[in-house]
Design a protein around this ligand. Structure first.
Ligand code: FHN
Length: 428
């Protein structure tokens, strides 16, 4: 490896990681956190946060019967919101398999619902044209051979001998690799594999120092690409393949072949909880979510926005309202999101630019604006039309602090100052 390669953050980049071109184009995806915790209705970490003993937590397993489950409704809501891919929890830290795994009895087909719900989700979303992503937790609070990490004192207390768990880690590793093999062999083409969590270079956190050696990440990585050669894989196998330096914790950065544009992805909740939480009232507004999407794309990133369906299998009304509001905005302005990215022009304060080729999109975050100084827009733009379009869009959606995406404008050199109307629309 040349000295130059040694010095770049790509120095140890593998040559076979996937091609993120579709992710650059899609920009907006749905994250789905759904498991037994949905029945507890108190956040996906409820088992840990409320120190629920595994024997007690098993009640959720024995009663899991999401009778109102309708994955087509989920998929259509995501599609209408403008989302182009989804990532669903196949197994979260609780260890419950949402598919008919042959490697455990702690699986959805052994609950009263008796069906392979992951298969139904994949088929419904694939039918609506969304790309398929699987979330898979490296840590597992249920598996007897998962080396305990002190995060579950209740179980640690009950099974202290398991603290010598490293002798068992090899059995857990085989289980982990085996379940990944099932997921990547039995559900058709999988576009994205999203592992959670690995913190080997720190002795705290969710996997308490476990990392590449514990997961046998190199072998697991090879298995993944043998089974799904084109899959995108995020960097949580702790192989430090991410585009940031090893000592920083990589966000879920899907990795890509060398020389391809860097892509990163912000994963966000709508209300502060990944799993369904009946009492969580910390809801982000539609405006805030639109701004988060624009802000991510304006920085060459994606937004993976989460929903947590409840124990009956329904997406709650508050989440559906936000997906619907996002869809209304995306119907008008997805051209400023899909395939767009950062602009070399500096946007005015409280604005964002997203750019796609020679098309520059202005996103005005704090309306009304009296004067907007728009560097980068040249005299060739038909300002009357631009103003009309902008004012039309503004007037059409004129709400203070509402995000407005104005019309396209060819990006040239030069500057322009636009006086945008600030009067409220005439009462109809
Ligand atoms: O512990 C998990 C958490 O429950 C959730 O799945 C998020 C999603 O990004 N990942 C871990 C914490 O960040």
């Amino acid at each position: 490896m040349s000295a130059q390669e040694e010095s770049t953050p790509f120095a140890n980049f593998p040559k076979f990681y996937g091609d993120p071109t579709w992710l650059l184009q899609d920009r907006f995806g749905l994250f789905i956190h759904w498991g037994l915790y949905a029945a507890a209705a108190r956040h996906e970490w409820v088992m840990n946060r409320e120190q629920i003993h595994p024997d007690v937590y098993r009640k959720y397993f024995e009663h899991f019967e999401p009778d109102l489950f309708d994955p087509t409704q989920w998929a259509r809501a995501a599609k209408a919101a403008g989302m182009k891919y989804f990532v669903v929890t196949t197994k979260h830290h609780e260890g419950f398999a949402l598919w008919d795994s042959q490697l455990t009895d702690y699986k959805v087909t052994n609950t009263p619902i008796k069906r392979d719900l992951l298969r139904e989700i994949v088929e419904a979303f694939r039918h609506e044209g969304l790309r398929v992503g699987f979330y898979h937790s490296l840590i597992d609070w249920h598996h007897p051979d998962f080396p305990l990490d002190g995060l579950h004192p209740q179980r640690d207390a009950d099974d202290f001998k398991a603290m010598a768990a490293h002798r068992k880690i090899s059995r857990y590793r085989t289980y982990l690799h085996g379940q990944v093999r099932e997921l990547l062999s039995n559900y058709g083409k999988i576009d994205y594999l999203w592992f959670d969590f690995s913190y080997a270079h720190q002795d705290w956190g969710w996997s308490k120092g476990k990392g590449a050696a514990d997961w046998d990440s190199k072998e697991l990585e090879q298995l993944i690409f043998d089974l799904q050669p084109d899959i995108l894989l995020n960097d949580r196998l702790d192989l430090n393949r991410g585009v940031v330096t090893p000592e920083q914790y990589q966000p879920s950065t899907p990795l890509m072949k060398e020389g391809l544009p860097v892509v990163w992805e912000a994963c966000q909740t709508m209300n502060g909880s990944w799993g369904y939480d009946r009492d969580n009232l910390d809801w982000k507004s539609v405006d805030m979510l639109i701004k988060m999407l624009i802000d991510s794309v304006s920085k060459n990133g994606n937004l993976l926005l989460n929903i947590g369906p409840n124990g009956r299998g329904e997406v709650d009304p508050a989440s559906l309202d936000r997906l619907n509001g996002l869809g209304k905005w995306m119907r008008l302005h997805s051209r400023a999101i899909y395939g767009a990215g950062a602009s070399s022009f500096q946007p005015p304060v409280d604005c964002r630019y997203t750019q796609k080729g020679k098309r520059l999109y202005l996103h005005i975050f704090s309306w009304p604006f009296k004067h907007v100084h728009l560097p980068g827009l040249a005299g060739k733009v038909d300002y009357a039309q631009f103003l009309h379009d902008a004012s039309e869009i503004c007037m059409e959606e004129h709400v203070p602090n509402k995000v407005i995406t104005s019309t396209e404008a060819e990006s040239e050199t030069g500057t322009v100052t636009l006086e945008l109307p600030i009067q409220k629309p005439d009462p109809v």
